[in-house]
Design a protein around this ligand. Structure first.
Ligand SMILES: *Cc1c(COP(=O)(O)O)cnc(C)c1O
Length: 477
């Protein structure tokens, strides 16, 4: 099932176009034309088939179920693509004057407003390019906030269930990350927090619902404990899909959060595609937002650069604009009632999977979950089967594997996030496949160790691509 490169498929003289015979004297187009001669020569059908074959070799959300926990791989409505490809948006240059870009500025202004309404915060920046970049931006703002107040605080508390990007963002912005242990239910223990929080703590980074898919029942108390010490609370909002339209984090007392537009608001991601990680803040943090900020005055939209306390720029231009258009379209198409429906269906679907697989795989945290559920494959160890084998076998069923070995506090973790866009039929198919795999582990474990057998490539060395990066194709002749 290997696919040759376009260079290997090339045949001299083949072309995808035919132009009328030149009726003017030829000119030498120089070096550019000579290097164009080294490009592959193919007919249009060669090109179309090559890319179609490539597109179906890989798994993607248009092809099948994609329950990759923590990533919200929901279906991306095609109307989002239609909107962001309108020439008025797609041909826009970021240096065009504001008089010619009022529509784009209005879209940014309104998107920031809508995100403020959804989360309950006072101000939003759309600049950060991904969730992790949003974390960094938010933590830099926290830093600036304490600098401005003349307070020396160098610690950020991070629960042991946190996403790996949390401690990374903390360290990168010059703070010291201190881990706090979750309780037996996988939640933050307010008493433990009370002990850990002191006047050297700048903030706590919370993911809610946490990476076990469990809503922190004490979110408000947690914020109160931190505020009593003058500390702030950062919310990792990557899981906003579980409660948009239902709960506004600012109401619980959070001070700053990032939003993953590419997850919650349905823009294609994965495989290194572009993302967007807006950051929402309370009034107290507003002066520190990155510049520029879009303002609306006297019926006109403009960029405001005159922000003396800003942390500065975090992007070359104004954020991932095409992702902003997609998210804007998604929100406007659904409206507030639609967003709430989507969140409720995401939670229902995850609980449907939880109920369907309870007893088949171990469920270390038994509470009802929100938008994702974490099982453990450790019950299969006695047959010599690892979670990795289960994940590989799912590929033979034409489904993407769940996230595995994360969160770290669950051994042999299988983190499943079905999202709201899956039908009951596709959830049933997934549950049946997972049951069959658990049976195979007992009766024919070798099948699992050999899996996958139906994919273009079998088991890959998990680390080699990063250790020996080689992306340069060389002709063999
Ligand atoms: C995805 C995710 C992030 C990071 O977001 P990116 O856009 O991938 O950088 C951070 N925290 C949580 C909980 C996530 O799920």
């Amino acid at each position: 099932m290997a696919e040759k490169t376009l260079f290997e498929l090339s045949s001299p003289g083949r072309q995808a176009w035919s132009l009328p015979k030149l009726d003017a004297p030829p000119v030498d187009a120089g070096e550019a034309a000579r290097s164009a001669n080294e490009l592959p020569e193919l007919s249009e059908v060669d090109v179309a088939r090559h890319f179609t074959r490539l597109s179906i070799m890989n798994h993607h959300v248009d092809k099948g179920f994609y329950p990759l926990g923590s990533c919200t791989m929901k279906y991306n409505p095609k109307v989002n693509e239609l909107a962001c490809r309108m020439p008025g948006f797609s041909s826009l240059h970021p240096l065009e004057p504001e008089t010619l870009t009022q529509g784009a500025l209005r879209l940014m202004y309104e998107l920031a407003e809508m995100l403020g309404q959804i989360t309950g915060f006072d101000a939003v920046t759309l600049a950060p390019a991904a969730g992790a970049h949003g974390e960094l931006t938010g933590i830099m703002m926290v830093r600036k906030y304490f600098e401005k107040r003349g307070e020396q605080r160098d610690v950020v508390l991070v629960p042991d269930s946190a996403h790996g990007t949390n401690p990374a963002s903390v360290t990168l912005s010059g703070f010291k990350a201190v881990q706090i242990k979750s309780n037996a239910k996988g939640e933050i223990d307010p008493d433990e927090l009370e002990r850990a929080c002191s006047s050297c703590v700048a903030c706590l980074m919370v993911t809610n619902p946490n990476t076990l898919g469990i809503f922190e029942p004490e979110a408000k108390r947690i914020c109160d404990i931190m505020h009593k010490q003058g500390s702030l609370v950062y919310l990792d909002g990557a899981n906003l899909n579980a409660y948009m339209g239902i709960h506004r984090p600012a109401d619980a007392g959070f001070d700053v959060m990032h939003i993953n537009l590419h997850k919650t608001f349905s823009t294609p991601h994965g495989g290194g595609g572009p993302g967007s990680g807006p950051v929402a803040v309370t009034e107290a943090l507003e002066p520190f937002l990155p510049k520029p900020v879009v303002k609306h005055e006297d019926g006109k939209y403009r960029f405001d650069y005159d922000r003396p306390d800003s942390i500065g720029r975090v992007m070359g231009f104004h954020g991932q604009f095409a992702v902003l258009v997609r998210a804007y379209t998604y929100i406007r198409m659904l409206g507030s009632a639609g967003l709430k429906d989507a969140a409720e269906a995401a939670v229902l679907n995850a609980n449907y999977v939880r109920a369907g697989l309870e007893g088949v795989y171990e469920l270390p945290y038994k509470d009802r979950c929100l938008h994702e559920v974490v099982f453990s494959g450790s019950g299969l160890r006695e047959y010599g089967i690892k979670t990795l084998d289960v994940a590989k076998r799912l590929l033979d069923h034409g489904m993407h594997a769940p996230t595995i070995y994360f969160p770290l506090i669950v051994p042999e973790a299988l983190m499943i996030e079905p999202t709201e866009t899956e039908s009951r039929e596709s959830l049933d198919e997934f549950i049946a496949a997972m049951k069959q795999i658990a049976d195979e582990a007992r009766t024919n474990p070798d099948v699992l160790r050999q899996a996958p057998v139906t994919t273009p490539v079998r088991r890959l060395d998990e680390a080699r691509a990063s250790r020996e990066l080689d992306v340069n194709w060389q002709p063999t002749s």
